[in-house]
Design a protein around this ligand. Structure first.
Ligand code: G3I
Length: 319
């Protein structure tokens, strides 16, 4: 039996990667390369890094990432063109200047045309109550900024698949319906939107698999590709967990198997893949950026496989 998770799966199993680790730590890159077939750069392409000053793009690390990933034959998923976080300060000085938005999308996607299979063109644009956020890109591009972004993206790289990416779409029906109806309207006016990224930052306490199943099915039925784009399972979300690690890891494994099982029921032509938001626990945004004690991923701090990895290997071997 192969010991590589992605080899057993009929859909892509990806991971978000941190470039410093990927380029400098051989244990990290070896693990990422052996277990995952699709790489999403976790932070490299965010606006503050890629365009720190207006019109001055910082390609060095992104180019290196693309070269490395291409050499290793991995699929690349681009994250993310327009998001209201991780922005350079100058963006606040250009309200109403839609050229900024168009140039941002065009420069990045043109440079890497043909390299990335898909892009999160717009990330987290809707509020919990289903309104468009009045954030920085809204101020720059106006109320039609999603249309402008997707049209510019298609023009810059006609072969790339174009995604809208967001959180809570699986649990918040109001938000999900608002997003779906907005994207369907865009399509009706001839704008191409290929898929939806459903982030799925889950935890053991509140996750409801039946809600996730029905949301994913609705998206596929509406003819969108479905990307589980940022998967992790927090086992200590409120920092008061009293179960043993062994018990938590068993629950985490069970939840992931159920999730993979329900994703496998989606029409294969609509499965873009499942991407974990990180390789191992100590590099997860939950531990390294939020500084919480948690174990949300498939591999531990020593790069060893956790029960969830073993359970998924078994799931694929038996299916
Ligand atoms: O690299 C710098 C380092 O040089 C500096 O010393 C340090 C000091 O704070 O910061 C480091 O950058 C941090 C970076 O992560 C790398 O660890 C940033 O402060 C921190 O804000 C950044 O957080 C990222 C966050 O998005 C904001 O961009 C997380 O890693 C990343 O996992 C997270 O990912 C987001 C998705 O893009 C969108 N969906 C939600 C998801 C989780 O928040």
């Amino acid at each position: 039996m192969p010991q590589q998770l992605h080899q057993l799966s009929s859909f892509h199993i990806g991971t978000a990667v941190k470039w410093p680790e990927l380029s400098q730590k051989s244990s990290y890159s070896h693990l990422a390369l052996s277990q995952f077939s699709s790489f999403t750069p976790e932070n490299l392409l965010k606006a503050s890094r890629i365009q720190p000053q207006r019109g001055k793009f910082n390609w060095q690390e992104a180019d290196a990432f693309v070269k490395f990933t291409e050499q290793h034959g991995k699929r690349m998923h681009g994250h993310t063109l327009l998001w209201d976080r991780d922005l350079p300060p100058w963006i606040n000085d250009v309200p109403g200047d839609e050229k900024v938005l168009l140039d941002h999308v065009r420069h990045i996607m043109t440079r890497y045309a043909g390299k990335f299979s898909g892009w999160d063109v717009v990330n987290e644009a809707f509020t919990e109550t289903g309104e468009l956020r009045p954030g920085s890109w809204f101020k720059v591009g106006g109320s039609e900024y999603l249309t402008k972004a997707f049209v510019a993206a298609e023009k810059a790289d006609p072969h790339a698949l174009l995604f809208y990416n967001d959180f809570d779409l699986e649990v918040n029906e109001r938000k999900r319906d608002a997003v779906l109806s907005h994207l369907i309207k865009l399509r009706e006016t001839g704008v191409r939107v290929d898929g939806i990224g459903v982030q799925l930052h889950l935890n053991l306490s509140t996750t409801r698999l039946n809600k996730i199943a029905s949301s994913l099915k609705t998206m596929a039925t509406e003819n969108f590709l479905v990307h589980i784009s940022e998967l992790d399972v927090s086992v200590n979300p409120y920092d008061g967990e009293t179960n043993t690690k062994e018990e938590l890891f068993a629950m985490q494994a069970e939840l992931l198997v159920q999730l993979f099982s329900l994703y496998s029921e989606i029409n294969p032509s609509k499965r873009y893949g499942i991407t974990f938001w990180g390789v191992c626990d100590n590099h997860s945004w939950i531990t390294s950026d939020l500084k919480q004690v948690d174990y949300p991923l498939l591999f531990d701090d020593e790069y060893r496989a956790k029960p969830a990895w073993h359970a998924l290997m078994k799931f694929f071997s038996n299916s």
